[in-house]
Design a protein around this ligand. Structure first.
Ligand SMILES: O=C[C@H](O)COP(=O)(O)O
Ligand SMILES: CC(=O)C(=O)O
Length: 213
């Protein structure tokens, strides 16, 4: 799959809802109810980060939830790409974008949302053919102001800013012409996941899904 083809798919995906929940889950037993709550609340695209030993099992469980589009986050290596795809991930997200990782996703046909935080990194994505990316770490890298400034000379790349995005600043990002959606962990807080407060998570998802863009 070419970077251009991947970017068409990831942009379509980013347009499905204003927020992609970024999930760090250490208990595969919660995969299905958690995904069901988020999807029911209006957030169908889910990023499960490969930061826990259970992440691949979580992806496997969530991949069976109707209406969901489940991907793997924190994908760093070709082995991660192969494992994520085998678990049922439909896309990959990475905090950055190395040549090796891009090549692995292109080779294994796993659409990649590659990370970038500076104009030079965005130019690297453009040179390789990517037109959809992740702006990470969004708040620490200058926030909506920085992303707006990057978009002036480089409007051809559309982003999903992630990292420090919250209900209080999400609208600043979503109002930008080079933003399709944002990513964030606030819709699935650890305490609510631990106690199985699926109604509470669905309510958070509903609020996030109603954010204007
Ligand atoms: O590592 C950061 C994740 O991309 C999500 O960031 P967040 O917890 O600030 O929403
Ligand atoms: C932070 C991030 O982009 C990731 O874990 O994929």
């Amino acid at each position: 799959m070419t970077p251009k083809e991947m970017s068409v798919q990831t942009l379509e995906m980013c347009r499905l809802a204003p927020v992609i929940p970024v999930l760090v889950v250490d208990d595969a037993a919660v995969a299905v109810p958690l995904a069901e709550a988020l999807v029911a609340g209006g957030l169908p695209v889910l990023e499960v980060t490969l930061r826990t030993p259970q992440a691949l099992d979580v992806i496997r469980g969530m991949a069976g939830v109707a209406g969901g589009v489940v991907g793997a986050g924190t994908v760093l290596t070709e082995a991660d790409v192969i494992a994520a795809k085998e678990a049922g991930a439909q896309f990959a997200v990475s905090p950055g974008a190395t040549d090796a990782l891009c090549a692995a996703c292109e080779k294994h046909d796993l659409p990649l949302l590659p990370g970038a935080a500076t104009a030079t990194e965005v130019m690297g994505l453009i040179e390789r053919g990517y037109t959809t990316g992740k702006f990470f770490p969004a708040e620490a890298a200058g926030g909506a102001k920085a992303l707006k400034a990057i978009g002036a000379p480089l409007p051809q790349v559309t982003f999903c800013p992630t990292g420090g995005v919250s209900p209080s600043n999400a609208a600043d990002y979503l109002s930008l012409s080079n933003v399709a959606c944002v990513g964030g962990s606030w819709v699935a807080p650890g305490d609510k996941v631990k106690t199985g407060d699926w109604a509470g998570i669905e309510a958070l998802a509903r609020d996030a899904a109603a954010l204007p863009r």
